[in-house]
Design a protein around this ligand. Structure first.
Ligand SMILES: Nc1nc(=O)c2c([nH]1)NC[C@@H]1CN(c3ccc(C(=O)N[C@@H](CCC(=O)O)C(=O)O)cc3)CN21
Ligand SMILES: CC(C)C(=O)C(=O)O
Ligand SMILES: [Mg+2]
Length: 276
């Protein structure tokens, strides 16, 4: 069991602790995030873009998420592990939804699942909670709807759409979600939603009033350069460090300065003589 639980989410909101969440797709990254003290790790379907090189998240499968969530769960000792439900894994039927989410818990050891959408997924959220599977909602820019939204664009700038997001957030809370990710919505709208809810909001491109913040780890470490959303802050330049290190390796093996004596193994000279 994780040290940071679904109950810790609600408690954090009540006590003013800002919930930290970052993505991970592998064991060693999860271990680093966990050791650094992150509250929660999301095995996001951004996996498709960051790790698998797809153009969007639509090709990611349940098996993909399970494969990576298994590795993440082994590396996360304290953090709460959330598995993203991929495109079409919770749209067809309630039965399929519970089976797919159940696999995230049973096979991958995730503690909770996240799914995108508001009123259109409420029946699925209710069924999952009834099946004892904790659910995180996701509103605003929902990348699995990229073909409906016509791109990755900020959501909720018009009154009607803003009201819809506020309403969807309330519905998700009523259905039993324990947190809601708000992606790419205006800061003042995220403030209203956060004030209206008892469950915490976790923002990504949603400003400072949310109860928690989430980023894609490769974005904040400077390891992903296909695009950089406005909401990303680069906390370091691991990508630059990797390029420098790799260039140095290539140069040193040409020059013969790597490997050195200390990187090699020895053998008795008598044996070598016999081998010639
Ligand atoms: N590496 C990575 N980071 C993410 O945050 C992320 C993913 N991948 N994949 C899944 C979704 C896709 N996301 C995205 C992708 C692009 C923009 C983007 O380019 N937005 C523009 C325009 C916003 C507007 O003005 O409407 C921006 O400037 O931020 C935003 C979110 C967020 N998620
Ligand atoms: C950006 C976060 C919230 C996400 O859904 C993902 O990484 O897939
Ligand atoms: Mg996602």
């Amino acid at each position: 069991m994780s040290k940071f639980t679904t109950a810790s989410f609600i408690k954090s909101k009540q006590e003013g602790h800002i919930i930290s969440m970052l993505t991970a797709y592998d064991y060693s990254t999860a271990k680093l995030l966990d050791e650094a003290g992150v509250d929660s790790i999301l095995v996001g379907d951004s996996l498709g873009m960051v790790v698998l090189g797809y153009e969007n998240t639509l090709q990611v499968t349940v098996d993909d998420i399970i494969h990576h969530a298994k590795a993440v769960s082994r590396g996360a000792k304290k953090a709460l592990v959330i598995a993203d439900m991929p495109f079409l894994s919770y749209h067809i039927s309630i039965e399929d939804t519970i089976k797919n989410a159940g696999r995230m818990i049973q096979e991958a050891n995730a503690h909770a699942v996240k799914l995108e959408g508001g009123k259109e997924v409420i029946d699925k959220v209710t069924a999952l909670v009834k099946a004892q599977i904790p659910v995180v909602g996701h509103l605003g820019l929902t990348p699995q709807s990229v073909n409906m939204m016509g791109g990755f664009k900020v959501q909720g700038k018009e009154e009607g759409q803003a009201r819809e997001i506020i309403e969807d957030a309330k519905l998700l809370q009523e259905a039993g979600a324990f947190a809601i990710v708000l992606e790419c919505v205006p800061e003042e709208l995220a403030k209203i939603i956060t004030e209206n809810l008892e469950i915490p909001t976790i923002g990504i491109g949603a400003g400072k009033y949310c109860d928690g913040q989430v980023l894609v780890t490769q974005d904040m470490l400077g390891m992903f350069s296909d695009f950089t959303p406005k909401f990303v802050k680069k906390y370091c330049d691991i990508g630059g460090n990797i390029k420098e290190a790799v260039a140095l390796f290539c140069e040193e093996i040409q020059k013969g300065s790597f490997p050195e004596k200390k990187h090699t193994f020895s053998i008795d000279a008598e044996i070598i003589k016999k081998l010639y």
